[in-house]
Design a protein around this ligand. Structure first.
Ligand SMILES: NC(=O)c1ccc[n+]([C@@H]2O[C@H](COP(=O)([O-])OP(=O)(O)OC[C@H]3O[C@@H](n4cnc5c(N)ncnc54)[C@H](OP(=O)(O)O)[C@@H]3O)[C@@H](O)[C@H]2O)c1
Length: 293
């Protein structure tokens, strides 16, 4: 689809898979709003994407997306720049299970992977409605396990123990997305989820050894050596998000999960469970309100 004249926002897009998603959408002519933490890196990424995509309309924004106050401030700045959005790609995610609670006292994996997409999407809904926008949420890990309403913020997991909090959070993101798609049915705003596939990204490279389950640790050095060779093409894991955000074939298509391999995949049973969805949704509402300031 030709995206000239349309504005898209991609989070976590100054590096990793998000940057390639942004590049793909810029290549289709969209005005692209990038988001990263650091103004210098964000400006450099915007200039580089603009050059390589032959599209000057790439703009850099900064926010710490672990923090709800920054998410709200980002939404305000986006509203100042545009009155409509064609797509919001909630790509930013956190894998590291060793991160401490955020400054706002929230468990970081849940805050990054579930709460931030929830809050940002809700705050930008007027723009998405205006643009008949597509919300694309990026999952990861091994999603689809049971959702434990009493463990959504890792209450039962020891810090640094396993990636299970990441898997749980990404499953919760899918449940939140499935719920949101239902709530927004008929508004023109679509909500879908994509599994990108693996890439050798800053997020992966920066993981401390202690964040890996003990059984994996002996092979981690080998994976770190092989990663740059076998997983360096980040355009590949970015492809499915670009398609969801841009293909004419996805016009009006909502409540869909594009699973590993780029195939349309049924929602896992845990995501379809209405009680699990309600638990995730109400926690997001509670934490979002709580930190609204
Ligand atoms: N990589 C994989 O193999 C893989 C596999 C499956 C799913 N996924 C999912 O795909 C998505 C992208 O993964 P990735 O590996 O590309 O991630 P990544 O390498 O961690 O992404 C880096 C991007 O995130 C930004 N970022 C990091 N912390 C931030 C913060 N606190 N606030 C705002 N921006 C922040 C970075 O900005 P700066 O420029 O400021 O650093 C940069 O733009 C995630 O949702 C991940 O869970 C990844």
């Amino acid at each position: 689809m030709d995206l000239r004249g349309r504005t898209v926002l991609v989070t976590g897009s100054t590096g990793g898979i998000g940057k390639e998603t942004a590049r793909g959408l810029a290549g289709l002519g969209a005005r692209v709003l990038l988001v990263g933490r650091d103004a210098g890196r964000a400006a450099a990424a915007a200039a580089e994407i603009a050059r390589s995509a032959g599209n000057a309309e790439v703009e850099a924004l900064t926010a710490d997306l672990l923090l709800q106050r920054d998410v709200r401030d980002l939404a305000r700045r986006v509203r100042e720049r545009t009155d409509r959005l064609h797509a919001l790609v909630n790509n930013f995610g956190v894998l590291d299970p060793c991160l401490p609670p955020t400054e706002e006292g929230l468990e970081a994996t849940f805050a990054a992977n579930v709460l931030t997409p929830f809050t940002l999407t809700n705050l930008l809904l007027p723009l998405l409605r205006e643009g008949r926008g597509r919300v694309v949420n990026v999952t990861g890990g091994i999603p689809g396990g049971a959702i434990d309403p009493d463990n959504l913020q890792g209450e039962k997991i020891r810090v640094g123990w396993t990636f299970s909090q990441y898997n749980h959070a990404k499953t919760a993101l899918m449940a939140m997305s499935h719920e949101m798609a239902g709530r927004l049915a008929g508004t023109g705003v679509t909500v879908n989820v994509v599994y990108p596939g693996h890439g050798n990204t800053p997020g992966n490279q920066g993981l401390p050894m202690s964040s890996f389950p003990r059984a994996y640790r002996p092979v981690v050095p080998l994976l770190r050596v092989l990663g740059p060779f076998v997983l360096s093409d980040l355009a590949k894991p970015a492809r499915a998000a670009v398609r969801l955000a841009s293909d004419a074939g996805f016009e009006g298509v909502t409540d869909v999960y594009i699973g590993p391999g780029g195939r349309r995949t049924p929602w896992p049973e845990s995501v379809r469970d209405p009680r699990a969805r309600a638990a995730v949704w109400s926690l997001c509402e509670r934490l979002g309100d709580h930190t609204a300031g």
